[in-house]
Design a protein around this ligand. Sequence first.
Ligand code: HEC
Ligand code: HEC
Length: 221
Amino acid sequence: MTQAIRSLFALAVALFALSLTSPARAQDAAAGRQKADTCMGCHGIQGYQASFPEVYKVPKLSGQNTQYLINALNEYKKGERKHPTMHAVASTLTDKDIADLAAFFHQYGAKDIRPAPATLTPPPPPAVAALIAKGACTSCHGPNLSKPIDPSYPKLAGQYASYLATALKAYATEGNPYYGRNNAIMSAQARQFTHAELTQIADYVATLPSELRTVQNPRFR
Ligand code: HEC
Ligand code: HEC
């Protein structure tokens, strides 16, 4: 199957399965497990690539902070994060679905995840260190970029480089109807850098030891 067809197929499966999920289960990771089948066509395949607005890897979700996952899904739903596919997916989810899915992905495969070292290891090359200092990235995302000061902020260390670069460019984008992220904090951050600098930061951050994973769904092996 081509990637486009595979994505559409995954989405169709997602929408169908979501229509079957029963309401009023306890809000927990086990309920999220049922609902997450629908996400696995994209988030359960190692290195699976999205092609809009450019080719990049679908982000790792396992190990990510629960509250951050909840916020991100709500932002796609409301259009504060513009992304046609994730908007379509998130629009079908209730608040409870979102909470269950976030609880599930936070712990899915997490027993295999070792805590990242406390500081940036290996340290950034001087040019990248200057960019990270300019943006004070560690003041919010933690001294290792994996220990955010608030659970609504994401872990970044070891996330896919191409996704990090796409996300950073999205925060810097204004006025595009299909693409861009409105977030007061991160938009101000990203706009002080060139795209080349954002890519340099992303390439380095992706090399850091990570508490994030894409857990391969056995069905898609
Ligand atoms: C057709 C493919 C596809 C499906 C199905 C899909 N996603 Fe996504 N997801 C993506 C892509 C691509 C992105 C990155 C979007 C962007 O650039 O902001 C993404 C981003 C996300 C993010 C943001 C992660 C971050 O680090 O900010 C979350 C959370 C998420 N998806 C959860 C889900 C959940 C939960 C489901 C199932 C209900 C799901 N996705 C289904 C492709 C998909
Ligand atoms: C003042 C606190 C703060 C600072 C400083 C900061 N960030 Fe963020 N960052 C956030 C918050 C909050 C979010 C979540 C925004 C959202 O919900 O979209 C975020 C999100 C991100 C994301 C999206 C991750 C994903 O999974 O989609 C990236 C990438 C990122 N930050 C990189 C950086 C980099 C690189 C720097 C330094 C240049 C930086 N941040 C500085 C608070 C901060």
